[in-house]
Design a protein around this ligand. Structure first.
Ligand SMILES: [Zn+2]
Length: 174
């Protein structure tokens, strides 16, 4: 079982940023990863990404510039923390990573694992109504489910839609 845990204040700040406009927004949550009986990402510091950090931003996908990505990786390395990336989908209430999100993560996660010497990674997609989240704790090549998002005392269950689609042999979306 895997959880991502925020303070209620960080979570509120992140949601406000991510859902503030009618375009996709991005944020980074630098997190302490612990794994005992189950795996937990404890969010320690958040960074709200700015327009100048984006290489391009479309309806379906947003990617960071090389400079912004290098800055984020360096910050995680200096803090000895894992990266949890968050981005919003603003055209839908349903939370599911897009095919281009998944293609991007297939390149990005092994790169970050290599740069951060195997630090686990997680990604969240946020809409006004739902969240979906994936984690890479055992391997950089296989996305695992995130079972719960905890914000202060509030528990949110990820939709699980992305892995359902990835594992459905009849779904050709990905
Ligand atoms: Zn997306």
């Amino acid at each position: 079982m895997t959880s991502i845990k925020f303070s209620s204040r960080s979570y509120t700040t992140l949601r406000r940023h991510l859902l503030a406009s009618n375009v996709e927004e991005v944020a980074i949550a630098y997190s302490e990863f612990r794994s005992r009986t189950h795996s937990e990402f404890f969010v320690r510091e958040i960074e709200l990404m700015a327009e100048s950090d984006f290489e391009r931003r479309s309806e379906f996908h947003v990617s960071l510039t090389d400079d912004a990505l290098a800055r984020v990786i360096k910050r995680a390395w200096d803090l000895k923390l894992s990266i949890v990336e968050l981005h919003s989908h603003v055209d839908t209430a349903i939370a599911c990573f897009s095919p281009s999100d998944i293609a991007g993560l297939r390149d990005l996660v092994p790169h970050v694992w290599w740069r951060l010497r195997g630090a686990p990674y997680a990604a969240m997609v946020v809409t006004s109504a739902e969240i979906d989240a994936l984690a890479w704790t055992a391997s950089a090549d296989r996305a695992e489910p995130v079972d719960e998002i905890v914000a202060g005392k509030t528990l949110v269950r990820p939709s699980g839609r992305t892995l359902q689609r990835l594992e459905d042999p009849h779904d050709r979306t990905f």
